[in-house]
Design a protein around this ligand. Sequence first.
Ligand code: WTA
Length: 652
Amino acid sequence: MNVDPGGSIASLLQETRVFPPPVDFARSAHVKSLADYEALWNFAKDEPEAFWAEQAKALSWDQPWSAVLDWKPPFARWFVDGKLNASYNCVDRHCLGPARNKAAIIWEGEPGERRVLRYQDLKREVERFASVLKGLGVKKGDVVAVYMPLVPELVVALLACARLGAPHTVVFGGFSGESLAGRIQDCKAKVLVTADAGYRRGKLIPLKDNADAAVAHCPSIENVIVYERVKSKVHWSPGRDHWWHELMASTPPDCPPEPLDSEHPLYILYTSGSTGKPKGILHTTGGYLLGAHLTTRWVFDLKDDDTYWCTADVGWVTGHTYLVYGPLSNGATCVMYEGAPNWPDEGRFWRIIEDYRVSILYTAPTAIRAFMKWGEQFPRRHDLSSLRLLGSVGEPINPEAWMWYHKVIGGGRCPIVDTWWQTETGSIMISPLPGATPTVPGSATRPLPGIVPEIVTKDGAPCGTNQGGFLVIKQPWPSMLRTLYGDDARYQSQYWSDIPGCYFTGDGARRDESGNYWIMGRVDDVLNVAGHRLSTMEVESALVSHPQVAEAAVVGKPDDLKGQSIAAFVTLETGAIASESLREELRSHVTREIGALARPDEIRFTEGLPKTRSGKIMRRLLRDIAAGVESSGDTSTLEDLTVLARLRTEEE
Ligand code: WTA
């Protein structure tokens, strides 16, 4: 993608294959035709409050709201004065009838263990763990940090927090102790829930060791609860550390759900923005839960007898919304798999689908591209006939991967929902409805009812058909972020200042003549590596914190498998010697500071970086150099043109 100085974005992709919803699928879908979708969308656009009030009846409320929306841009309050509890909505209410014996979570560990938690089992565990947290002094409003492998206890911990009104903040198990500490310090969490270790591709991830290193710099943490996952040896701080199973055995089991204000914080989730410091995205209870509930029902066309599998980790927003709050509030049966897709071999996902008769699969383009590379022989060995719907999320899906997913995994019969959304939006914003929307490989198609996007130029003027521009959202929606935790000013400047009156997504997009949206990737300094969001500046500050590094610039480079890989341009302190061992050391340094997901794929040592006269690094030029293409853009503002020539000759 190219952003020219006028703010319009050149788009080169043309795709003309169209797949209408299969007739049988449409007949029994929640939304059955394009006309039904359009009627809903128009109603929601014209009368948003009436539309959302109608939809909100799908949740169980302890107290009705007095107003649907209080909108003082950019601050929204949804379902004002309404009270509800997310854990009640996800668990207790299903236990009032026969669904109490339905499987809520079907879990498989990486080494192969299997567990099934019925809704009433989940309720018992959630209640007991809420009681445990209460016993440790956790009160409504206290923040609980969670750093765990993908085990059912992770879901239990989240719902127990929600039961008490203690906002949770989950930190992905692949992040380092440093990253964990930074997040805990920002939200001042009181309790940390972790595990002794986790499995990944047969190896152990030392979660407790990382947690110990983090907590040493986190005075707010009073207690650490440790779930015993692998029975590995861990250091123990008596008084501070507690075993999960011991607390669960010694605590009274009752803990009724607390009726919470609709705007009570449900969670904080840190994500990368275009500056170095991760942003604490704040989601609240009523609006978020409604977005999660409704989009799961509509986009995945969820039915009572579906077996639903979202392969995301709960460390990311996709896991929060589509592994926990969305499917459980709908009373769905969810498959949860702890480990890697290629362990013990590349057929693991397909065996899981066959064994549990999975009917809905939601995964990421980076995974699909890896499956393509491993080859068709792995899925071909398994019976995938139970699948009826496929989903994709996290980055644009290239048409080739879309077609492979459609043919090889979906057997040509399953609609594909390419779902565009963000940590900030809380739930899916642009996506086909599988019984209604004709799909086109590579396009997320249309906005969901209640969502009003537009594509605009830098000055906010609407773009024409097929003209690339900035994707913005024009009306508030219930599951939108409420602010950045503790930083209203940054919330306002980050999302609501670039284009007046609109939420700015940070993505570029175009809309074609059929009204389909094509997401073209980030227009800011955010990388999307294997569907994981990272800011170039986070990686840069990690590099610069190394004593031998003077300056660093990090850019994304196109990558067949991961979408983008990380290329770093590094200038060294005087006296430091560029060498292969220093390169390796810098890679490990970034892994230690942020986590393996931020490890640069390529490091180039250089004597200087191209800068504008005002001192801004010209990343656009570096992106071209990293990608090995000629720079076509404007270089008139470049301070020292010789830097560019030297960088090119320094290319390996
Ligand atoms: C990108 C993940 C194209 C986009 C849910 C967005 C996508 C960022 C898609 C958010 C998609 C996500 N097509 N791009 N279907 N889904 N993205 O916060 O750039 O981890 O802004 O949320 O991922 O990433 P986040």
